[in-house]
Design a protein around this ligand. Structure first.
Ligand code: GLN
Length: 272
């Protein structure tokens, strides 16, 4: 099996190649009783699911259902095919060896790449973030090919980034300040077309003062916590990309998450 870099779609692209996904579908079309079900795909929970990252799936499902949007969930282990017809794909963090295995199987499977080609939303955390990039550092620092869905390259830094992170999101995305937890050795560089998701206030993130990255509907971050539990406006951004404009959620349904978020942000005493 070839592990070369030739298949990467966004990395090292020549000037003739368009920098945008080939087809970006619209939101989930409404059925007779409102939007039809949104399809959430949790990719490789057997290999990629550290620090409660499954909470990202639960948060998206809950916030969709609270708005009357039906939800279908596919949890796809690494010995199963990744379906290509999902609306939002989630990848979590992982330890070094499972991360290499996950990258190899995802490359061989091709389903996630095909879904990205259709314009599906992809939200990837830590090891998952590195895997969707062009390459990442393996257990001994050796370059391992990723999926090339995002033009980023990750290597291994001098020290692990461990602890709480706060970061201000690119204003173009309209998402509130991020709070999360990081534990990674990787440092990540972006290609010219890829924007940082956020600017770090406290913590390490990509290692250059930025945190995460996005391009089109593909988003990666180093944040656990889980990220979408702590950052509901980021969850809603992903949902809106898949389902269109979202009504507000009854504030009584938000009490606990706002309390958690307030506590975590206050613990970092970052500048306002
Ligand atoms: N193995 C990767 C790193 O250390 C990702 C770790 C993680 O997903 N928490 O950079």
């Amino acid at each position: 099996m070839s592990e070369g870099l030739g298949r990467h779609r966004l990395g090292s692209r020549g000037p003739q190649e368009p920098p945008v996904p080939r087809r970006v579908p619209g939101p989930v079309p409404p059925g007779p009783d409102g939007p039809s079900a949104i399809r959430l795909v949790w990719v490789y929970p057997d290999l990629l699911s550290t620090y409660g990252d499954r909470g990202n799936l639960l948060t998206l499902a809950r916030r969709a259902r609270l708005r009357g949007i039906g939800v279908e969930i596919a949890e796809v282990n690494s010995d199963q095919q990744v379906p290509v017809d999902g609306d939002i794909y989630l990848l979590g963090g992982g330890e070094d060896l499972p991360q290499v295995l996950a990258a190899r199987r995802l490359r061989a499977d091709g389903g996630l790449t095909a879904a990205a080609d259709r314009g599906a939303v992809i939200f990837a955390v830590c090891a998952g973030y590195q895997i969707i990039g062009t390459e990442f550092g393996g257990p001994e620092g050796e370059p391992v090919p990723g999926l090339g869905l995002l033009d980023i390259r990750s290597g291994r830094g001098e020290r692990r980034g461990v602890g709480e992170v706060t970061a201000d999101v690119d204003p173009a995305l309209g998402v509130e300040r991020l709070t999360g937890f990081e534990n990674h050795q990787g440092v990540t560089r972006r290609g010219p077309e890829v924007k940082p998701l956020a600017t770090v206030l406290t913590g390490v993130g990509n290692g250059d003062g930025t945190e995460g990255a996005y391009y089109g509907r593909v988003v990666g971050t180093y944040l656990h916590g889980p990220a979408l539990v702590r950052n509901p406006s980021l969850a809603d951004l992903l949902l809106s990309w898949a389902a269109g404009p979202l009504p507000a959620i009854d504030s009584r349904q938000e009490d606990l998450v706002l309390k958690l978020r307030g506590e975590r942000l206050a613990s970092q005493s970052s500048p306002a």
